[in-house]
Design a protein around this ligand. Sequence first.
Ligand SMILES: NC(=O)c1ccc[n+]([C@@H]2O[C@H](COP(=O)([O-])OP(=O)(O)OC[C@H]3O[C@@H](n4cnc5c(N)ncnc54)[C@H](OP(=O)(O)O)[C@@H]3O)[C@@H](O)[C@H]2O)c1
Length: 333
Amino acid sequence: MQKTNRSILLVSRPKGMPKQEDFKLITNPIPEVKEGEILIRTIYLSVDPYMRGRMRGIKTYVEPFELNEVLIGGVVGEVIESRNSRFRVGEIIEGRLDWADFSISNGVNVRKVNPNLASISTALGIIGMPGLTAYFGLLDIGKPKEGETVVISGAAGAVGTVVGQIAKINGCRVVGITGSEEKKRYLEDKLEFDVAINYNAENVLEDLRTACPDGVDIYFDNVGGEISDAVMTLINFQSRIVLCGQISLYNKEKSEKGPRIQGSLIHHSAVMKGFIVGDYADRHHEGLEQLGEWVKEGKLKYHESIVNGLENAPRAFMGLFKGENIGKQLVKL
Ligand SMILES: NC(=O)c1ccc[n+]([C@@H]2O[C@H](COP(=O)([O-])OP(=O)(O)OC[C@H]3O[C@@H](n4cnc5c(N)ncnc54)[C@H](OP(=O)(O)O)[C@@H]3O)[C@@H](O)[C@H]2O)c1
């Protein structure tokens, strides 16, 4: 068995777009397993946009990453040594663990993954945190009704692809906004979105007007910025705006001033609500069960973009901000 453990540290706080030099790969001995602990071999590592916020060094709803410490992210791995009676060697688990070949856990921050349900990688995507984000954000805040128009920004990503498909299950008209022709085709041809708009090729506002002749009832916002400014001009009476993410702003050093939308929210009796998936921690079990069922029944499709090798995890992370992924971006070790 491999004797050493490679891991990735954050060595400087990114200014603007993260760079390779902000990260460092180091090698140490594999940690020793103490009573009550398990040793996990990483199989898949998740790269997620929220990690950019933790790199700023400011406390938000999660603690910031410390400099020169190993990065923590979503991991699917195999238990290879157990001194905890709840876990057996060979079991597959998912949890927030080290960006490393191996991690130690006391079993509290991990959940078991059923390898017979779907590919184990889905525990980081459609049957994991991004899937839950889509599920609760759309159903609990968006409250979709049959025949309504749902617009999704960041539509071809891990969260957006699930939002659109759940909206279709609920009988909605679905319009996705994304950054390339390939992604536009994926959304329209494979996921059966009613319309997809490539914001890099088209005039978003004009195309939105054409795609949403009856206005927008639900806006699921993953990106913020000018794309959201355009969508907000088309909201309907009693529309719901679900604030999930603002990725277009994560690498900005200064905040930008946008249109003042409070008046429009009043005139339209609209609701705008931010949330984090952790708000629904006590219902995650319900969400995972439903998402798993829909995947098994073929009602939810998924795509994964996979980069190989721990050493390439920073590159995969940076790729999120250049739109390199379709669906969930993973790193395979
Ligand atoms: N609230 C929560 O609990 C929660 C949980 C998970 C994720 N999120 C948020 O949800 C959003 C999506 O997350 P995800 O994991 O599904 O990521 P993702 O969509 O799989 O990946 C990021 C995508 O964002 C798009 N993007 C990057 N920079 C952009 C820009 N400047 N303008 C417009 N689009 C840009 C790119 O797609 P294009 O090629 O289409 O531009 C890229 O592929 C993020 O904002 C994330 O922070 C929130």
